[in-house]
Design a protein around this ligand. Structure first.
Ligand SMILES: Cc1cc2nc3c(=O)[nH]c(=O)nc-3n(C[C@H](O)[C@H](O)[C@H](O)COP(=O)(O)OP(=O)(O)OC[C@H]3O[C@@H](n4cnc5c(N)ncnc54)[C@H](O)[C@@H]3O)c2cc1C
Length: 297
């Protein structure tokens, strides 16, 4: 299995984008069987460069996340990154997770602070734990040999009341603590991404790969809930169209694919080094989008 920093370096050298997918640990055996026997084999047809598995809210999927990452690497020989958060964990507990990850052959960690348990209120660091993801990044860098990714927020992080540029400056500090690449929160207006990238590159001197996170809409209700939780916005014209399709998930899915293809084409034309798809443990939309981007690969 490879370090993702090397995958990005190799892809950038060839001028082709790295394509990656994100999964979450299924809650049921049926969901897990579906992921391993149907979704992953389908997604592999479009030859992804790597994938990742989320860490459940409140650290709830700790063991499951590592188990899934190892199984994906073993069953499909696909490099897989484990997400890791600081929620409900002391430094020693985080250390144990990292030791276990290392033993299981995991080479890549997406280092995150995480959200407060229940998703509400201010984040409180666990006693003896980490307050910000940059502290986690620094810890991993000093103790282990993982390639480290961090989260970036093209519209600014939802908790950052000082404005998005302050949040982006903090992202630079986070990267300077030892991260190798950035994966962004979902966004629908590429201008948000370009402003964010311009600030990072031109104002802070960022040189690490900045990978846009792409979500293809599956239903109006679902995307309204997601964006409310993470603080991303839906452009007015898109929202109007989605409101028209509120009772028709199949049509909303088609609209989501069309929007994502246009969005990805414009991002690739503007030279992004990769695309990270929030595929929500499904293959249909992501396969259609990546197929439509074949001329870039
Ligand atoms: C690609 C991606 C994957 C994700 N995967 C998961 C997952 O698997 N599991 C999960 O639970 N969540 C996940 N999240 C959500 C993430 O955990 C939340 O958005 C969380 O609220 C912030 O995490 P962070 O790592 O960006 O935090 P941080 O970088 O620590 O930032 C959190 C807040 O603190 C502020 N801040 C940073 N440094 C300072 C400072 N020195 N002083 C004052 N304020 C500061 C920032 O501006 C920001 O508002 C993911 C998000 C993304 C974009």
């Amino acid at each position: 299995m490879e370090f993702i920093k090397d995958i990005h370096r190799e892809k950038i050298a060839t001028g082709k984008p790295a394509i990656s997918f994100e999964f979450f640990p299924p809650k049921t055996e049926k969901g897990e069987a579906q992921l391993f026997h149907a979704v992953l084999p389908e997604l592999l047809k479009i030859q992804p460069d790597y994938c990742s598995v989320t860490y459940g809210a409140g650290g709830s999927t700790r063991g499951k996340t590592l188990e899934m990452v190892s199984r994906i690497q073993k069953d499909f020989q696909l490099t897989c990154m484990s997400h890791l958060t600081c929620v409900n964990a002391t430094r020693e507990e985080v250390n144990q997770v990292l030791i276990e990850a290392n033993k299981s052959g995991i080479k890549n960690i997406l280092a995150l602070r995480g959200d407060p348990p229940g998703g509400k209120g201010d984040f409180q660091a666990t006693e003896g734990g980490f307050t910000y993801s940059k502290d986690l990044v620094a810890f991993i860098r000093s103790e282990f040999d993982f390639s480290i990714g961090v989260a970036g927020f093209p519209e600014g992080h939802i908790d950052c009341k000082e404005g998005r540029e302050v949040d982006w400056d903090r992202l630079k500090e986070k990267v300077d603590s030892g991260a190798d690449f950035i994966i962004t929160q979902l966004f629908f207006d590429n201008d948000d991404f370009f402003r964010f990238r311009d600030h990072l590159v031109k104002k802070t001197g960022m040189t690490k790969p900045i990978i846009p996170g792409i979500l293809s809409v599956l239903s109006t209700r679902q995307i309204k809930r997601f964006t409310e939780l993470c603080g991303a916005s839906i452009p007015e014209s898109m929202l109007n169209r989605l409101d028209d399709l509120a009772e028709d998930d199949a049509a909303a899915t088609e609209f989501g694919i069309e929007h994502a293809v246009r969005q990805c084409e414009a991002l690739l034309d503007a030279g992004v080094p990769g695309l990270h798809f929030y595929c929500l443990n499904k293959s249909y939309s992501t396969n259609r989008i990546v197929d439509a981007l074949s001329r870039y690969r």
